[in-house]
Design a protein around this ligand. Structure first.
Ligand SMILES: NC(=O)C1=CN([C@@H]2O[C@H](COP(=O)(O)OP(=O)(O)OC[C@H]3O[C@@H](n4cnc5c(N)ncnc54)[C@H](OP(=O)(O)O)[C@@H]3O)[C@@H](O)[C@H]2O)C=CC1
Ligand SMILES: O=C(CO)COP(=O)(O)O
Ligand SMILES: [Zn+2]
Length: 352
């Protein structure tokens, strides 16, 4: 009954995008009513690029920052941040870095119950703006529900200087929304899965916008960082609306997560999702050639060789991908692909 229906959505409140907006970190935090002590979680490289800068800016604005360097997205590092945060009685946490740093800071702030500000230094995937976090937990490395950032500071000057490969991976993560949506629609039809047409439309539109603007995505162009980070934020919001990663994660993500488990040297998250998306689009009977063309134009990998992953590992990942998060129904079904079908799929799409 409609009268009994309820839904809670947590979304970022203040988003600052632009050239050297890190200098306005204090202003964003004040706008959110934040005061006092803050942990600035950052990485060894990203500290030099933006972490120290953020801490200095906050200090100039009357905050008391303490910098913590994150090495790995692991539970022990989350626990360490939580411990330090409780000891210092911090008022909020800022994550300044790539996905690893953002996820650790996101989960730690959620555990302490403090606000969280996301300051991505690389436009590498859509976790920078979402309420999802991916922490290494033995075999398990899919995202889990956490708290979305209260604020986002996306400095295009920093993002444009990040390794270009990371930006291309972010684009591919967005392009993979095309197949994630197809899987979600399938699960709705076959399983009556909960579905949000708003979240699906936003996710699809985000991929379409990025594809339409791909000519402006070029190395060294600050405009590119704008386009990509806006898309990543939009995709993150789609996930927050849905209350799950469904709008941005389907069979192509299962394939990527399986590669993370079995490949000796996995490629970047978005790179693997992009290649997975080509193959899942083929299975859906969609225009996989166009999707491949878009990825190629962006400069993202489109085959096993470019991922630097062996063909046999690709086939194995295809046959085992359905075992990731089995409750999420996708084009891979409950049984997954046979080895022969997986080989044929990878060959026909020229992934191997
Ligand atoms: N929450 C979610 O929904 C999702 C989370 N993930 C997770 O995110 C992580 C991957 O994130 P990703 O961003 O690709 O990789 P990392 O955060 O591991 O960053 C990759 C490397 O790039 C460096 N780096 C980042 N920004 C810059 C910059 N501007 N200049 C120079 N170097 C830079 C980092 O430095 P440093 O050493 O300082 O960190 C690091 O060495 C994984 O843990 C993955 O599981 C992936 C997808 C979705
Ligand atoms: O990467 C994501 C969306 O792009 C999150 O997906 P998962 O929930 O599959 O980790
Ligand atoms: Zn992703």
């Amino acid at each position: 009954m409609l009268s009994e229906k309820s839904k809670s959505m947590k979304l970022p409140r203040n988003v600052l995008i632009g050239h050297k907006v890190i200098e306005r970190s204090g202003e964003l935090c004040q706008g959110l009513g934040l005061k006092g002590r803050v942990i600035v979680a950052t990485g060894p490289k990203t500290r030099k690029v933006a972490g120290q800068w953020t801490a200095d800016t906050l200090e100039e604005n009357g905050y008391e920052p303490s910098i913590i360097e994150i090495q790995k997205a692991s539970h022990s590092e989350v626990d360490e941040v939580v411990k330090i945060g409780k000891n210092l009685e911090v008022d909020f946490i800022i994550g300044v870095g790539g996905g690893k740093v953002i996820d650790v800071a996101k989960v730690a702030s959620s555990k302490i119950g403090t606000p969280f500000i996301s300051v991505p230094t690389a436009a590498s995937h859509d976790g920078i703006a979402s309420g999802r976090a991916s922490i290494i937990d033995g075999e398990d490395k899919v995202s889990v529900e956490s708290t979305p950032p209260n604020g986002i500071i996306a400095d295009t000057y920093i993002l444009a200087e990040a390794p270009w490969k990371l930006t291309c991976a972010g684009c591919a993560d967005i392009i993979s929304n095309y197949t994630a949506i197809k899987d979600w629609e399938l699960a709705r039809k076959l399983r009556n899965d909960e579905y949000s047409s708003y979240a699906a439309a936003l996710s699809k539109m985000t991929a379409e916008e990025l594809a339409a603007n791909r000519d402006s995505i070029k190395k060294g162009l600050e405009e590119s960082a704008w386009i990509v980070v806006k898309s990543l934020i939009s995709s993150g919001v789609a996930m927050s609306i849905a209350g799950s990663s469904r709008p941005a994660s389907g069979a192509e993500h299962k394939f990527s997560h399986m590669l993370d488990r079995i490949a000796p040297n996995p490629a970047l998250h978005g790179e693997q999702c992009g290649v997975g998306s080509i193959m899942m689009m083929y299975l859906h009977g969609g225009d996989w050639k166009d999707l491949k063309y878009i990825l190629k134009e962006i400069g993202a990998p489109v085959n096993a060789k470019e991922l630097n992953i062996k063909p046999e590992t690709i086939i194995k990942a295809l046959t085992k991908a359905h075992k990731i998060r089995p409750e999420r129904y996708t084009i891979l079904g409950n049984e997954g692909l046979t080895e022969e079908a997986a080989k044929k799929l990878a060959e026909e799409t020229e992934v191997i």
